[in-house]
Ligand binder design. Sequence first.
Ligand SMILES: [Zn+2]
Length: 352
Amino acid sequence: MTTDLQNVIGHELQFEMFRRATSRQRLGHAYLFTGAVGIGKRTFAVHLAQALLCQNRPGDELTACGECPSCRQVISHSHPDLFRVGLPEGKSELPIEVFVGSPEKRGREGLCHDLSLSPMQGGYRIAVIDDADKMNASSANALLKTLEEPGPGAILILIAIDSDQVITTIRSRCQQVNFTRLSDQDLHQILTRINMVEHEGELDSKLLEEAIRRADGSVSKARIAMERLQAGESHELHKVTQLLGRRKIMSADLAMVFDEVTSQAGSDTNSQREAALLIIETCLQYFHQSLTMETGISQLDQVHSDCYLDAMDRCFEASRQIDRKISVPACLDQFCHDLEMLLRPTWNSAGQ
Ligand SMILES: [Zn+2]
């Protein structure tokens, strides 16, 4: 099976740009790929590298055969002309050692040294630098010289979520390529393909639809949602739905259950944010379902429908706050309080 860039789902414009640049022999030596998490920037970069390094690539096209020794080496992470670096586990910064080696071997190892050598197999020497927005000043300085005077055939592909977070001297020396969120259709194709490779089983179409709805155009978010849905939503999330089903929703009860869910996520801030988003999503779904159910049975109680609409708006606002990295406990506390206030008018309404 060929594994060329045309097989990368989505990002057609970016593919076309690189196809043209390659056919005109106008590839740049440094690119900065930017865009949301989990939308395929790194996958695109590695497929691009594979296509450029493929020994059976027809002339100026961007096609990789998937079978030549070079393609096999890319797939097995052992190609001598392809280097992939990123944030070391447990670190919050991309350290200088990645670029120029340890203090004892400074300049004699590391990515900058590797890129200064001629390609081993002819053609290109390619670096994929993930988390480029996590470079500190000394890492950036170390990479700067390579960006200014790249070795023969060197191509650097830097990857970051937000270009504004990349140190200016680095950013200004790269051609920026922006990647957009994947469409629902693209996500559907990608998830089906991943499932074929990993499980070979049929995907539950309702589950897939729901995961895509929660994914916001990101494969990684969709996969997390799938896992959760396949495992069945947790007992605690079920409690959230039960609480919302009560006639009188008290903020103190909500706060207690929300706290249970987030504390299960552990102390890691990102996991806590994910847990908070899941809670908010659960609430949003509940209000949405209640609204459509009531509308459906044509006994729409104006008080209830107004309250549910307001509550849904409040859910969207809470999600945005979490995305903007507002403290999870502070955000959820206010969210509980506001939900109680917003839903109070339903307490004495005849609708339920
Ligand atoms: Zn090949």
